[in-house]
Every structure is written in C-alpha cells, then in structure tokens.
Design a protein around this ligand. Sequence first.
Ligand code: ASP
Length: 353
Amino acid sequence: MRWTAFMAVLAMATTGASRATAADSVSNVVLAVHGGAGVIDRDKLSAEREKEIRATLDAALAAGEAVLNKPDGTSLDAVEAAVRVLEDSPLFNAGKGAAFTREGTNEMDASIMDGRTRAAGAVGFVTTIKNPISAARAVMEKSGHVLMVGDGAEAFAEDAGCEIVDPKYFWTERRWKSLQEALEEEKKKRDEQQSSGLGNRDAENLALHLRDAEARCGTVGAVALDRGGNLAAATSTGGLTLKRHGRLGDTPIVGAGTFADNKSCAVSGTGQGEFFIRSVAAYDIAALVEYKGLAVADAAREVVHKKIKSAGGEAGVIALDAKGNHAAPFNTNGLYRGYVTKDGKRHVAIYEE
Ligand code: ASP
C-alpha cells in the first residue's frame, strides 16, 4: 500500500470518521446559504419543485454576493439580503411559507450576529413581521437588547421601519396541508397507542418526530465573509409544524441556532431545535475551533454527526471561518444549501453531491 493511502486509512481508523475531511470542506468561500435539513426523498420531490428550490437558493446567493461585491459591502448586509430572498419565497419555512403551529398560527423566529463585534439580535414568536431577519437586525442595532418576542417585538419592529403584514400573508396551502396531515397522524398514533399505555404526550412527540419531514424542512440561513475579514450569520424559521403555540426553537437563541465570531467561525443551523438548544450547537462548533484549534469542517461534523446525532437529533449546519473555509454537514439525507466562492462561482446542492 502506498504511504499516502496507508495514512488516509490510518486517519480514518483512528478518528472513526466514515468520510474524508477534505471532501467536506470547501475553501475560498465568501457566502453560504441553507434552506433547511430533513428527510428529502428524491421520489417525493418533483423535478419542477427541485428546480424552483435550486433557483431560489441561487437567487439568495446572488443577492448576498451583490452586497459583498460593493466596495463597502458588509457580511452583515449580505446575510440579511440573502435570508430576505428565502423568507420572501413560499418554498421555504421562513417568512412567507412558514410552518403552522398545532393551533394553525404562523409564529416565526430569527436571529443575526456580527462576528466583528459579537453584537447579536433576535426575535421570537412574531406573527406580523414580513421579514423577521430585518427585525432581528433592528433589535441588534436599535433596541439595546438581544432578544425580543411577541407583540413587543412586533411593535418595536414597526417603529424601527420593518414592514408589517396581516398574518394571512404567511399562509400557504402546502404548509396548511402538512399541518392537517400531521394532526391526522397524531390522532392515529394516539388511538394506536392507547392500548400500549403511552399517554398523549408520547403520541404528540412521536408524531412530531415521525411525520413527513420534507414538509417540516425549510428553515433558512446564511453565513458570510466580507473584504474586511468580518464574518456574520443569520437564521430565520417558522419552526416545526405542529409545534405548540408559544414554543421557541433554537433559531432565535444566539449560540444555539446562530453564532458568529471572527476569532472562530460563523454558523447557521437547521434541524430539531430542542437538540440544538441543549447542545448549544452553533457556539459549540465555534468553541471547538477557538479553544481546540479544530478546522471548521471537523468542528461542525463533530457536533452534527456525533453530538446531536447520538442524542437522537436531526441536524444540518453551514459554517464558515475568517479564511473562507466552509463546511455544510448534515445527518439527514438532505440539506438545501449553496455557496459562492471569492471568484464568483456559485454552487447549489440538496443531497450528498
Ligand atoms: N430549527 C428549527 C426549529 O426547531 C426548525 C428547522 O430548522 O427545521 O425551530
């Protein structure tokens, strides 16, 4: 066996890694986006829908890239611009097209973080803000707070100049159908389980976990690196279909669903938020880079493929360091995602490709 091949086998044997590190990491990246992780079955995703999803991810990359190409374009402006494109699209679970709570409402969460200053802003449980990511940014820059929720966040966002819409704006037939299917599935599970002694709560949890994950998928996020060497991250979501009224996920929790620090990396996550919160996932990736000196790809994989997976959670992240090293690991069978490199090459993917 040649020496390099021997070393590669040895490295895989000692780390237990199933795939090579280099294959997961891309360099010279200035912007990456995601549109959610989940079970994305090829046979359930029509060619037409796949085309639309890929085109919208590409449009989000183009919007962020246009910002970064301006002489004074910042990573913060770029992630906000990219996320707004995805929020405005009914294809993703953020802004227009947000998932429904079990009560039939759309309650959205978003956060943004500046890697240069570690300033952060977030909104949770908002129902009338057209682009929650811009409200998160207003909280960061204009409120003196980090996290605002509910009608207080909405009133603040309106004063700060964010566009307010009727909650009906967020309604889409596809997400509404998903909710009806999830409720039916839950009822079926509950009936089935009554004899086995599992209570209603177990039935709900099971339904939340088992129902068609493609419909749940679609949280959006972006990470960017500007010419000044500054990182930023942003994430926006409607949360999980069938979530309880008032539930907050990881997306508005800085350190769980979003994190950025020039010293380590910028991270935006997607998946089952409860697992991200309990593992402080986005910050955990940054901490592995900062304190343990891990490459961003190794740190992201450690958290997604080991920590969250072994706890039973579904997850995907996009991560980017200040040198332009990017990784997008996911422990589901798909993650809608894309990136653009310094020389303007855009790449969009859904599965392992
Ligand atoms: N992380 C989001 C939440 O739990 C959902 C997702 O990313 O699919 O609210």
